[in-house]
Design a protein around this ligand. Structure first.
Ligand SMILES: [Zn+2]
Length: 334
């Protein structure tokens, strides 16, 4: 399988994140990508498709923010990574605020996603990897792998969160739409619900978003991913959520994924994007499912059974020592 990764994706390396009452070491480390590359035998550097396919998903003012925030942070006399601390939860009026902290809060939904001077370049590379994999599949490849790091599925049209800046799965799906694929499905099997992806396609009927994830009643991102969220307007019924409890093993995960694969087949998608997270692995340090390394091949075979051209976009997975083997197991199912 062709795989894509841009070396610049390794440059984003925040020192710490804020959650559960304190600062902890940042879990989404560059070593994740190195472990995957070692396990899959390397990857091609993606061709640069420019910013246009990114701006087809994200608000241009948000892209300016991602580029400019680290310099504004430094200009405000701050050191270290840029982290928001105030959020406009009572409405998001389009105020023309310029203080860096106001900008950070307006473009983030959590404090786990620090920005560094390298965040834009790394995430731009991650998006280009997703685009290269998409074009490989549009060009006739059965499946292709985008080693997206930083990951993408928590990022919305104009906000970051959950280690994600640019929504690589959404960018891939939109690129496929713009290349003439009438209907695209996104299957998200990361441990966490893909908040941003759901939000981006919430009111659209041309892109199906289907996710298996930890129950948001107990797990991040809490406010999204509940079973009754099904989209609205043109997108009514084109969002499908299957929350599962802590301790979930292969049988329950596979059954939930199977329901979503049936829905994807019925939807009539011409291309599938898989948001693949290996944070469902039994030893993941920030998650509570119990899949084994061998299980990933089983899940991938079921997905491959759909017979759809498939872009696999990397999302989470924080047990670095097992990440390469878990990803290799998944890709071997294709
Ligand atoms: Zn995750």
């Amino acid at each position: 399988m062709r795989s894509f990764y841009a070396p610049a994706q390794a440059t984003h390396a925040p020192q710490r994140e804020l959650h559960n009452g304190g600062f902890t070491a940042y879990a989404e480390v560059p070593a994740r990508a190195a472990a995957i590359l070692a396990a899959i035998g390397g990857a091609e550097a993606p061709r640069d498709h420019g910013v246009a396919p990114i701006a087809a998903v994200h608000d241009p003012a948000y892209l300016d923010f991602l580029r400019d925030a680290p310099a504004l942070w430094a200009a405000a006399g701050r050191s270290g990574d840029a982290i928001p601390y105030a959020f406009p939860i009572v409405g998001r009026r389009p105020l023309a605020l310029s203080r860096i902290d106001a900008l950070l809060g307006a473009h983030a939904f959590d404090a786990t996603t620090p920005l560094t001077p390298d965040s834009w370049t790394a995430s731009y590379g991650s998006a280009q990897s997703a685009l290269a994999a998409t074009h490989a599949v549009l060009g006739g490849e059965r499946a292709a792998f985008a080693l997206c790091r930083p990951p993408g599925h928590h990022a919305g049209r104009d906000y970051c969160g959950g280690y994600c800046h640019l929504n690589t799965a959404a960018i891939a799906a939109q690129a496929a739409r713009d290349a003439g694929i009438a209907k695209v499905a996104i299957l998200d099997i990361d441990y966490h619900h893909g908040t941003g992806t759901q939000d981006i396609f919430w009111a659209r009927g041309d892109v199906l978003y289907a996710s298996v994830h930890a129950d948001p009643a107990t797990d991040y991102p809490f406010y999204w991913g509940h079973a009754d969220e099904r989209g609205e307007d043109e997108g009514e019924g084109a969002t499908l959520n299957r929350p599962l409890p802590h301790g979930t093993r292969l049988d329950a995960f596979r059954a939930a994924q199977g329901e979503l694969l049936e829905a994807i087949a019925g939807f009539g998608a011409g291309l599938l994007v898989v948001s693949f997270g290996a944070d469902t692995w039994e030893g993941d340090p920030i998650s509570d499912f119990a899949l084994t390394t061998a299980n990933y091949q089983v899940l991938a075979r079921d997905i491959a059974g759909l017979g759809l051209p498939t872009v696999v976009a990397m999302e989470g997975g924080y047990a670095v020592e097992a990440l390469g083997a878990n990803v290799a197991s998944f890709l071997s199912g294709f």
